[in-house]
Write a protein that binds this ligand. Structure first.
Ligand code: NAD
Length: 453
Protein backbone atom coordinates (compact mmCIF):
# COMPACT_ATOMS: atom_id res chain seq x y z
CA UNK A 1 0.00 0.00 0.00
CA UNK A 2 1.23 3.46 -0.85
CA UNK A 3 0.95 5.36 2.43
CA UNK A 4 2.47 8.52 0.95
CA UNK A 5 -0.36 8.62 -1.57
CA UNK A 6 -3.03 8.42 1.15
CA UNK A 7 -1.31 11.11 3.15
CA UNK A 8 -1.00 13.36 0.06
CA UNK A 9 -4.72 12.94 -0.55
CA UNK A 10 -5.43 13.76 3.09
CA UNK A 11 -3.23 16.86 2.88
CA UNK A 12 -5.02 18.07 -0.24
CA UNK A 13 -8.34 17.45 1.48
CA UNK A 14 -7.22 19.35 4.57
CA UNK A 15 -6.00 22.23 2.40
CA UNK A 16 -9.42 22.40 0.74
CA UNK A 17 -10.59 23.89 4.12
CA UNK A 18 -13.57 21.48 4.29
CA UNK A 19 -12.64 20.04 7.71
CA UNK A 20 -12.60 23.52 9.23
CA UNK A 21 -16.34 23.78 8.89
CA UNK A 22 -18.08 22.87 12.16
CA UNK A 23 -21.09 21.35 10.39
CA UNK A 24 -18.83 19.14 8.30
CA UNK A 25 -17.19 17.83 11.47
CA UNK A 26 -20.57 17.21 13.09
CA UNK A 27 -21.88 15.30 10.07
CA UNK A 28 -18.95 12.89 10.22
CA UNK A 29 -19.03 12.53 13.99
CA UNK A 30 -22.71 11.59 13.67
CA UNK A 31 -21.75 9.18 10.94
CA UNK A 32 -19.13 7.51 13.09
CA UNK A 33 -21.67 7.12 15.88
CA UNK A 34 -24.16 5.61 13.47
CA UNK A 35 -21.56 3.21 12.03
CA UNK A 36 -20.50 2.04 15.50
CA UNK A 37 -24.07 1.46 16.65
CA UNK A 38 -25.00 -0.32 13.44
CA UNK A 39 -21.97 -2.62 13.73
CA UNK A 40 -22.03 -3.19 17.49
CA UNK A 41 -22.41 -6.97 17.11
CA UNK A 42 -19.46 -7.19 14.74
CA UNK A 43 -17.35 -5.24 17.27
CA UNK A 44 -18.40 -7.54 20.13
CA UNK A 45 -17.61 -10.65 18.10
CA UNK A 46 -14.17 -9.42 17.05
CA UNK A 47 -13.03 -8.56 20.55
CA UNK A 48 -14.37 -11.86 21.91
CA UNK A 49 -12.30 -13.68 19.29
CA UNK A 50 -9.21 -11.66 20.21
CA UNK A 51 -9.24 -12.18 23.96
CA UNK A 52 -12.58 -13.37 25.20
CA UNK A 53 -13.80 -9.98 26.33
CA UNK A 54 -17.48 -9.95 27.31
CA UNK A 55 -20.19 -7.76 25.79
CA UNK A 56 -20.65 -6.16 29.22
CA UNK A 57 -16.98 -5.13 29.51
CA UNK A 58 -16.77 -4.15 25.84
CA UNK A 59 -19.75 -1.86 26.16
CA UNK A 60 -18.85 -0.32 29.53
CA UNK A 61 -15.11 0.14 28.93
CA UNK A 62 -14.92 0.66 25.17
CA UNK A 63 -18.00 1.39 23.06
CA UNK A 64 -19.72 3.62 25.62
CA UNK A 65 -16.49 5.65 25.98
CA UNK A 66 -16.32 6.35 22.27
CA UNK A 67 -20.04 7.16 21.97
CA UNK A 68 -19.80 9.45 25.00
CA UNK A 69 -16.84 11.26 23.38
CA UNK A 70 -18.76 11.73 20.15
CA UNK A 71 -21.76 13.14 22.04
CA UNK A 72 -19.52 15.44 24.03
CA UNK A 73 -18.05 16.95 20.86
CA UNK A 74 -21.42 17.13 19.10
CA UNK A 75 -22.74 19.15 22.05
CA UNK A 76 -19.68 21.29 22.63
CA UNK A 77 -17.99 21.81 19.26
CA UNK A 78 -19.29 25.31 18.85
CA UNK A 79 -18.06 26.58 22.21
CA UNK A 80 -14.76 24.67 21.98
CA UNK A 81 -13.99 26.21 18.58
CA UNK A 82 -14.94 29.73 19.56
CA UNK A 83 -11.97 32.14 19.72
CA UNK A 84 -11.13 32.91 23.35
CA UNK A 85 -10.74 36.60 24.13
CA UNK A 86 -7.85 37.40 26.53
CA UNK A 87 -6.61 40.67 28.06
CA UNK A 88 -4.41 43.03 26.08
CA UNK A 89 -1.43 44.61 27.82
CA UNK A 90 -0.76 48.35 27.98
CA UNK A 91 1.93 48.36 25.26
CA UNK A 92 -0.59 46.96 22.77
CA UNK A 93 -3.47 49.33 23.40
CA UNK A 94 -5.67 50.01 21.58
CA UNK A 95 -6.12 46.48 20.46
CA UNK A 96 -7.86 43.20 21.20
CA UNK A 97 -6.31 39.77 21.73
CA UNK A 98 -7.78 36.37 20.96
CA UNK A 99 -6.68 32.74 20.88
CA UNK A 100 -7.93 30.73 17.90
CA UNK A 101 -7.86 26.94 18.16
CA UNK A 102 -6.97 25.82 14.66
CA UNK A 103 -6.68 22.21 13.46
CA UNK A 104 -3.12 21.01 13.11
CA UNK A 105 -3.67 19.23 9.77
CA UNK A 106 -2.93 15.57 9.02
CA UNK A 107 -2.75 13.37 12.09
CA UNK A 108 -1.69 9.82 12.83
CA UNK A 109 -3.19 7.75 15.67
CA UNK A 110 -1.45 4.53 16.73
CA UNK A 111 -3.51 2.33 19.06
CA UNK A 112 -2.77 -0.33 21.65
CA UNK A 113 -4.49 -3.73 21.80
CA UNK A 114 -5.75 -3.88 25.38
CA UNK A 115 -8.77 -1.58 24.91
CA UNK A 116 -8.59 -1.66 21.13
CA UNK A 117 -11.76 0.33 20.38
CA UNK A 118 -11.46 2.96 23.05
CA UNK A 119 -7.73 3.58 22.65
CA UNK A 120 -7.95 3.80 18.85
CA UNK A 121 -11.27 5.54 18.32
CA UNK A 122 -11.33 8.07 21.18
CA UNK A 123 -8.21 9.87 19.88
CA UNK A 124 -9.64 9.65 16.34
CA UNK A 125 -12.86 11.32 17.55
CA UNK A 126 -10.84 14.13 19.18
CA UNK A 127 -8.71 14.55 16.02
CA UNK A 128 -11.77 14.83 13.76
CA UNK A 129 -13.66 17.05 16.20
CA UNK A 130 -10.71 19.46 16.17
CA UNK A 131 -10.89 19.59 12.35
CA UNK A 132 -8.02 17.33 11.28
CA UNK A 133 -7.74 14.45 8.87
CA UNK A 134 -6.60 11.17 10.37
CA UNK A 135 -4.86 7.90 9.61
CA UNK A 136 -5.46 5.25 12.28
CA UNK A 137 -3.16 2.27 12.79
CA UNK A 138 -4.75 0.02 15.44
CA UNK A 139 -2.67 -2.66 17.13
CA UNK A 140 -2.16 -5.78 15.02
CA UNK A 141 -1.92 -7.83 18.23
CA UNK A 142 -5.73 -7.66 18.52
CA UNK A 143 -6.09 -8.70 14.90
CA UNK A 144 -9.86 -9.16 14.73
CA UNK A 145 -10.66 -5.78 16.26
CA UNK A 146 -8.15 -4.15 13.91
CA UNK A 147 -9.92 -5.73 10.93
CA UNK A 148 -13.34 -4.79 12.28
CA UNK A 149 -12.36 -1.13 12.67
CA UNK A 150 -10.78 -1.08 9.20
CA UNK A 151 -13.94 -2.56 7.70
CA UNK A 152 -16.49 -0.27 9.30
CA UNK A 153 -14.45 2.90 8.82
CA UNK A 154 -12.95 2.33 5.39
CA UNK A 155 -16.33 1.33 3.98
CA UNK A 156 -18.02 4.44 5.34
CA UNK A 157 -15.50 7.28 5.30
CA UNK A 158 -13.67 8.97 2.43
CA UNK A 159 -10.05 7.85 2.73
CA UNK A 160 -8.81 11.39 2.15
CA UNK A 161 -10.47 12.24 5.49
CA UNK A 162 -10.19 9.16 7.71
CA UNK A 163 -8.45 5.90 6.89
CA UNK A 164 -7.57 2.80 8.89
CA UNK A 165 -4.34 1.00 8.02
CA UNK A 166 -4.18 -2.70 8.82
CA UNK A 167 -0.69 -3.86 9.62
CA UNK A 168 2.08 -4.31 12.12
CA UNK A 169 5.59 -3.09 12.73
CA UNK A 170 6.57 -3.16 9.05
CA UNK A 171 3.66 -0.94 8.01
CA UNK A 172 3.95 1.48 10.91
CA UNK A 173 7.69 1.84 10.31
CA UNK A 174 6.94 2.95 6.73
CA UNK A 175 4.19 5.30 7.88
CA UNK A 176 6.47 6.87 10.48
CA UNK A 177 8.82 8.04 7.72
CA UNK A 178 6.11 10.47 6.56
CA UNK A 179 5.52 13.96 7.81
CA UNK A 180 2.40 14.33 9.97
CA UNK A 181 1.22 17.36 11.91
CA UNK A 182 0.56 15.34 15.07
CA UNK A 183 1.19 11.77 16.16
CA UNK A 184 -0.91 10.31 18.96
CA UNK A 185 0.50 7.05 20.30
CA UNK A 186 -0.78 4.66 22.97
CA UNK A 187 1.51 1.83 23.99
CA UNK A 188 4.66 0.90 25.86
CA UNK A 189 7.41 3.36 26.84
CA UNK A 190 9.85 1.29 24.70
CA UNK A 191 7.88 1.78 21.48
CA UNK A 192 6.99 5.33 22.57
CA UNK A 193 10.67 6.15 22.27
CA UNK A 194 10.74 4.86 18.67
CA UNK A 195 7.71 7.02 17.83
CA UNK A 196 9.26 10.09 19.48
CA UNK A 197 12.49 9.68 17.50
CA UNK A 198 10.64 9.25 14.20
CA UNK A 199 8.48 12.30 14.93
CA UNK A 200 11.52 14.41 15.80
CA UNK A 201 12.88 14.02 12.26
CA UNK A 202 9.91 16.08 11.02
CA UNK A 203 9.50 18.25 14.13
CA UNK A 204 6.10 16.60 14.56
CA UNK A 205 4.51 17.11 17.97
CA UNK A 206 3.45 13.96 19.81
CA UNK A 207 1.10 12.79 22.49
CA UNK A 208 2.51 9.65 24.07
CA UNK A 209 0.11 7.69 26.27
CA UNK A 210 2.42 5.14 27.87
CA UNK A 211 2.43 2.79 30.84
CA UNK A 212 4.44 1.82 33.89
CA UNK A 213 4.01 0.37 37.35
CA UNK A 214 1.05 2.08 39.02
CA UNK A 215 1.02 1.64 42.81
CA UNK A 216 -1.89 1.46 45.24
CA UNK A 217 -1.12 2.39 48.84
CA UNK A 218 -3.34 1.01 51.59
CA UNK A 219 -2.86 2.60 55.01
CA UNK A 220 -4.07 1.42 58.40
CA UNK A 221 -6.92 3.96 58.39
CA UNK A 222 -8.34 2.72 55.07
CA UNK A 223 -11.77 1.19 54.79
CA UNK A 224 -10.58 -2.34 53.87
CA UNK A 225 -13.88 -3.56 52.50
CA UNK A 226 -14.07 -0.65 50.05
CA UNK A 227 -10.35 -0.77 49.25
CA UNK A 228 -10.32 -4.50 48.58
CA UNK A 229 -13.50 -4.44 46.50
CA UNK A 230 -12.33 -1.56 44.31
CA UNK A 231 -8.75 -2.82 43.92
CA UNK A 232 -9.90 -6.33 42.98
CA UNK A 233 -12.30 -4.90 40.39
CA UNK A 234 -9.71 -2.50 38.89
CA UNK A 235 -6.87 -5.01 38.91
CA UNK A 236 -8.68 -7.97 37.37
CA UNK A 237 -10.81 -6.02 34.92
CA UNK A 238 -9.60 -7.11 31.45
CA UNK A 239 -7.47 -9.69 33.33
CA UNK A 240 -5.11 -6.97 34.49
CA UNK A 241 -4.37 -5.85 30.93
CA UNK A 242 -5.19 -2.24 31.77
CA UNK A 243 -2.65 0.58 31.65
CA UNK A 244 -4.06 2.21 34.80
CA UNK A 245 -4.65 -1.01 36.76
CA UNK A 246 -2.92 -1.05 40.15
CA UNK A 247 0.30 -2.88 39.31
CA UNK A 248 1.28 -3.58 42.92
CA UNK A 249 0.10 -2.80 46.45
CA UNK A 250 1.99 -1.14 49.25
CA UNK A 251 0.14 -1.97 52.47
CA UNK A 252 0.90 -0.98 56.03
CA UNK A 253 2.64 -4.00 57.62
CA UNK A 254 0.33 -3.79 60.68
CA UNK A 255 -2.82 -4.45 58.66
CA UNK A 256 -1.42 -6.63 55.90
CA UNK A 257 -2.99 -9.91 57.00
CA UNK A 258 -6.54 -8.66 57.38
CA UNK A 259 -6.29 -6.70 54.12
CA UNK A 260 -5.06 -9.79 52.25
CA UNK A 261 -8.08 -11.70 53.55
CA UNK A 262 -10.40 -8.98 52.23
CA UNK A 263 -8.71 -9.13 48.81
CA UNK A 264 -9.09 -12.88 48.68
CA UNK A 265 -12.77 -12.77 49.66
CA UNK A 266 -13.57 -10.31 46.85
CA UNK A 267 -11.69 -12.35 44.24
CA UNK A 268 -13.82 -15.33 45.27
CA UNK A 269 -17.02 -13.28 45.29
CA UNK A 270 -16.43 -11.91 41.80
CA UNK A 271 -16.05 -15.45 40.35
CA UNK A 272 -13.16 -15.13 37.90
CA UNK A 273 -13.15 -18.78 36.83
CA UNK A 274 -11.82 -20.11 33.50
CA UNK A 275 -15.32 -20.11 31.99
CA UNK A 276 -16.55 -16.89 33.59
CA UNK A 277 -18.01 -14.26 31.29
CA UNK A 278 -16.60 -11.50 33.50
CA UNK A 279 -13.01 -12.65 33.10
CA UNK A 280 -10.95 -11.88 30.02
CA UNK A 281 -8.22 -14.10 28.57
CA UNK A 282 -4.57 -13.19 28.07
CA UNK A 283 -4.12 -11.69 24.63
CA UNK A 284 -1.54 -14.15 23.22
CA UNK A 285 0.90 -16.93 24.03
CA UNK A 286 3.85 -14.58 24.29
CA UNK A 287 2.17 -12.62 27.08
CA UNK A 288 0.80 -15.80 28.69
CA UNK A 289 4.36 -17.20 28.91
CA UNK A 290 5.80 -13.91 30.11
CA UNK A 291 3.18 -13.67 32.88
CA UNK A 292 3.37 -17.27 34.07
CA UNK A 293 7.14 -16.82 34.52
CA UNK A 294 6.43 -13.87 36.86
CA UNK A 295 4.48 -16.10 39.27
CA UNK A 296 6.94 -17.13 41.96
CA UNK A 297 5.40 -20.35 43.36
CA UNK A 298 7.01 -19.72 46.77
CA UNK A 299 5.21 -16.40 47.12
CA UNK A 300 1.67 -17.28 46.12
CA UNK A 301 -0.86 -16.16 48.71
CA UNK A 302 -3.83 -16.85 46.47
CA UNK A 303 -4.41 -18.20 42.95
CA UNK A 304 -1.60 -19.25 40.65
CA UNK A 305 -3.58 -21.67 38.44
CA UNK A 306 -3.02 -21.35 34.71
CA UNK A 307 -4.34 -23.06 31.58
CA UNK A 308 -2.34 -22.44 28.42
CA UNK A 309 -5.01 -23.95 26.13
CA UNK A 310 -7.43 -21.22 27.28
CA UNK A 311 -4.80 -18.54 27.89
CA UNK A 312 -6.27 -18.36 31.38
CA UNK A 313 -4.37 -17.08 34.40
CA UNK A 314 -6.23 -17.11 37.69
CA UNK A 315 -6.21 -13.84 39.67
CA UNK A 316 -3.02 -14.30 41.67
CA UNK A 317 -1.80 -12.52 44.79
CA UNK A 318 1.89 -12.74 45.63
CA UNK A 319 3.00 -11.79 49.15
CA UNK A 320 6.36 -11.14 50.83
CA UNK A 321 7.45 -9.52 47.56
CA UNK A 322 10.46 -7.20 47.38
CA UNK A 323 11.78 -4.87 44.70
CA UNK A 324 14.33 -7.57 43.81
CA UNK A 325 11.64 -9.96 42.55
CA UNK A 326 11.17 -10.34 38.78
CA UNK A 327 7.54 -9.22 39.11
CA UNK A 328 8.72 -5.80 40.31
CA UNK A 329 11.18 -5.26 37.44
CA UNK A 330 8.61 -4.60 34.69
CA UNK A 331 5.02 -3.45 34.20
CA UNK A 332 2.98 -6.62 34.89
CA UNK A 333 0.03 -5.97 32.57
CA UNK A 334 -1.75 -9.12 33.69
CA UNK A 335 -3.68 -10.63 36.64
CA UNK A 336 -0.81 -10.88 39.12
CA UNK A 337 -0.91 -8.64 42.17
CA UNK A 338 2.27 -8.36 44.27
CA UNK A 339 1.96 -7.15 47.85
CA UNK A 340 4.76 -5.11 49.41
CA UNK A 341 4.63 -3.54 52.86
CA UNK A 342 5.76 -0.38 54.65
CA UNK A 343 6.16 0.61 58.26
CA UNK A 344 5.41 4.28 57.92
CA UNK A 345 3.66 6.32 55.26
CA UNK A 346 6.70 8.43 54.28
CA UNK A 347 8.61 5.25 53.54
CA UNK A 348 5.86 4.13 51.14
CA UNK A 349 6.12 7.42 49.25
CA UNK A 350 9.92 7.10 49.15
CA UNK A 351 9.64 3.62 47.59
CA UNK A 352 7.43 4.99 44.82
CA UNK A 353 9.59 8.08 44.31
CA UNK A 354 12.70 5.97 43.73
CA UNK A 355 11.20 4.47 40.56
CA UNK A 356 9.94 5.80 37.21
CA UNK A 357 6.98 8.19 37.44
CA UNK A 358 3.87 5.99 37.15
CA UNK A 359 0.89 6.61 34.87
CA UNK A 360 -1.45 6.34 37.88
CA UNK A 361 -1.26 6.07 41.64
CA UNK A 362 -3.92 5.28 44.21
CA UNK A 363 -4.23 5.91 47.91
CA UNK A 364 -6.69 4.32 50.34
CA UNK A 365 -6.81 6.26 53.59
CA UNK A 366 -9.00 8.27 55.91
CA UNK A 367 -6.25 10.72 56.90
CA UNK A 368 -6.22 14.13 55.21
CA UNK A 369 -2.51 14.64 55.96
CA UNK A 370 -1.68 11.45 54.03
CA UNK A 371 -3.84 12.55 51.12
CA UNK A 372 -2.03 15.88 50.98
CA UNK A 373 1.43 14.23 51.08
CA UNK A 374 0.43 11.70 48.41
CA UNK A 375 -0.58 14.51 46.05
CA UNK A 376 2.34 16.83 46.75
CA UNK A 377 5.32 14.51 47.32
CA UNK A 378 5.27 12.00 44.47
CA UNK A 379 4.87 12.57 40.74
CA UNK A 380 2.45 10.49 38.64
CA UNK A 381 0.10 11.05 35.71
CA UNK A 382 -3.16 11.03 37.66
CA UNK A 383 -5.03 8.86 40.09
CA UNK A 384 -7.65 8.44 42.78
CA UNK A 385 -8.02 8.63 46.50
CA UNK A 386 -10.08 5.72 47.81
CA UNK A 387 -10.65 4.30 44.34
CA UNK A 388 -8.75 2.97 41.33
CA UNK A 389 -9.00 3.47 37.55
CA UNK A 390 -12.15 5.66 37.67
CA UNK A 391 -10.34 9.01 37.25
CA UNK A 392 -10.00 8.24 33.55
CA UNK A 393 -13.77 8.05 33.17
CA UNK A 394 -14.18 11.70 34.22
CA UNK A 395 -13.76 13.75 31.04
CA UNK A 396 -13.42 16.94 33.01
CA UNK A 397 -9.99 15.66 34.07
CA UNK A 398 -7.04 15.48 31.64
CA UNK A 399 -5.76 11.93 31.15
CA UNK A 400 -2.07 11.30 30.50
CA UNK A 401 1.26 10.36 32.02
CA UNK A 402 4.37 12.21 33.13
CA UNK A 403 8.03 11.37 32.54
CA UNK A 404 8.36 7.74 31.51
CA UNK A 405 4.56 7.25 31.53
CA UNK A 406 3.84 9.76 28.81
CA UNK A 407 3.77 13.19 27.23
CA UNK A 408 0.58 15.27 26.92
CA UNK A 409 -2.98 14.35 27.71
CA UNK A 410 -6.51 14.03 26.29
CA UNK A 411 -10.20 13.35 27.11
CA UNK A 412 -12.94 15.96 26.76
CA UNK A 413 -11.69 19.44 25.99
CA UNK A 414 -8.09 18.30 26.56
CA UNK A 415 -8.42 15.99 23.55
CA UNK A 416 -9.63 18.89 21.45
CA UNK A 417 -6.66 20.97 22.58
CA UNK A 418 -4.25 18.06 21.95
CA UNK A 419 -5.19 18.14 18.26
CA UNK A 420 -5.31 21.94 17.92
CA UNK A 421 -2.82 24.75 17.59
CA UNK A 422 -3.45 27.79 19.78
CA UNK A 423 -3.00 30.63 17.35
CA UNK A 424 -2.47 33.95 19.12
CA UNK A 425 -3.77 37.05 17.34
CA UNK A 426 -3.38 40.68 18.36
CA UNK A 427 -5.72 42.93 16.39
CA UNK A 428 -4.87 46.65 16.64
CA UNK A 429 -6.61 49.84 15.66
CA UNK A 430 -4.75 52.06 13.18
CA UNK A 431 -5.08 55.29 15.12
CA UNK A 432 -4.14 56.85 18.46
CA UNK A 433 -0.62 55.40 18.83
CA UNK A 434 2.11 57.33 20.70
CA UNK A 435 5.47 57.53 18.86
CA UNK A 436 7.43 56.15 21.81
CA UNK A 437 8.80 52.91 20.32
CA UNK A 438 9.85 54.37 16.97
CA UNK A 439 13.29 55.84 16.18
CA UNK A 440 14.96 58.17 16.62
CA UNK A 441 15.41 57.21 20.29
CA UNK A 442 15.79 59.76 23.08
CA UNK A 443 16.20 59.80 26.87
CA UNK A 444 12.79 61.39 27.17
CA UNK A 445 11.19 58.49 25.28
CA UNK A 446 13.11 55.95 27.40
CA UNK A 447 11.91 57.62 30.61
CA UNK A 448 8.31 57.39 29.43
CA UNK A 449 8.76 53.75 28.45
CA UNK A 450 10.25 52.96 31.88
CA UNK A 451 7.22 54.55 33.53
CA UNK A 452 4.77 52.69 31.32
CA UNK A 453 6.39 49.23 31.44
P1 NAD B 1 3.15 -1.66 22.17
O1 NAD B 1 4.01 -0.49 22.49
O2 NAD B 1 3.80 -2.97 21.97
O3 NAD B 1 2.29 -1.39 20.85
C1 NAD B 1 1.53 -0.22 20.65
C2 NAD B 1 1.47 0.13 19.17
O4 NAD B 1 2.79 0.32 18.70
C3 NAD B 1 0.85 -0.95 18.28
O5 NAD B 1 -0.05 -0.34 17.37
C4 NAD B 1 2.03 -1.56 17.54
O6 NAD B 1 1.71 -1.94 16.23
C5 NAD B 1 3.01 -0.41 17.50
N1 NAD B 1 4.40 -0.89 17.47
C6 NAD B 1 4.89 -2.02 18.05
N2 NAD B 1 6.22 -2.12 17.79
C7 NAD B 1 6.55 -1.03 17.05
C8 NAD B 1 7.78 -0.57 16.48
N3 NAD B 1 8.92 -1.25 16.62
N4 NAD B 1 7.76 0.58 15.79
C9 NAD B 1 6.63 1.28 15.66
N5 NAD B 1 5.45 0.89 16.17
C10 NAD B 1 5.40 -0.25 16.86
O7 NAD B 1 2.07 -1.69 23.37
P2 NAD B 1 0.90 -2.71 23.60
O8 NAD B 1 1.46 -4.06 23.94
O9 NAD B 1 -0.11 -2.62 22.52
O10 NAD B 1 0.23 -2.08 24.91
C11 NAD B 1 0.79 -2.28 26.17
C12 NAD B 1 1.46 -1.04 26.71
O11 NAD B 1 0.69 0.10 26.43
C13 NAD B 1 1.60 -1.05 28.21
O12 NAD B 1 2.84 -0.49 28.56
C14 NAD B 1 0.47 -0.18 28.69
O13 NAD B 1 0.65 0.38 29.95
C15 NAD B 1 0.45 0.85 27.62
N6 NAD B 1 -0.86 1.46 27.53
C16 NAD B 1 -0.99 2.77 27.85
C17 NAD B 1 -2.25 3.37 27.81
C18 NAD B 1 -2.47 4.80 28.15
O14 NAD B 1 -3.55 5.30 27.88
N7 NAD B 1 -1.51 5.50 28.72
C19 NAD B 1 -3.35 2.61 27.43
C20 NAD B 1 -3.14 1.26 27.10
C21 NAD B 1 -1.90 0.71 27.14
Amino acid sequence: MNFQEILTQQREFFNSQKTKNINFRKIYLEKLKEVIIKNEDLLYEAIYLDFGKSKFDTFTTEISFVLKDIDYFLNNLKSLSKPKRVRTNLANQLGSSKIYLEPLGCTLVIGAWNYPYQLSLSPVVAALAAGNTCILKPSEIAENTMKAMAKIINENFPKEYLYVVEGGVEEITEILKLKFDKIFFTGSPKVGQIIYEAAAKHMTPVILELGGKSPAIVTSSANFEVAAKRIVWGKFLNAGQTCVAPDYILVDEKVKDSFLDSLKSYIQKFEYGPEAEQYTRIINERNFDRLTKLIDQEKIFFGGKTDSSKKYIEPTILHNVTWDDAVMKEEIFGPILPILTFNNFNEALLQIGEHEKPLSAYLFTDESEEKEKFISQISFGGGCINDVVMHLSNDYLPFGGVGNSGIGNYHGKYGFEAFSHQKAILDRVTWGEPDLKYPPYSDKKLNWIKKLL
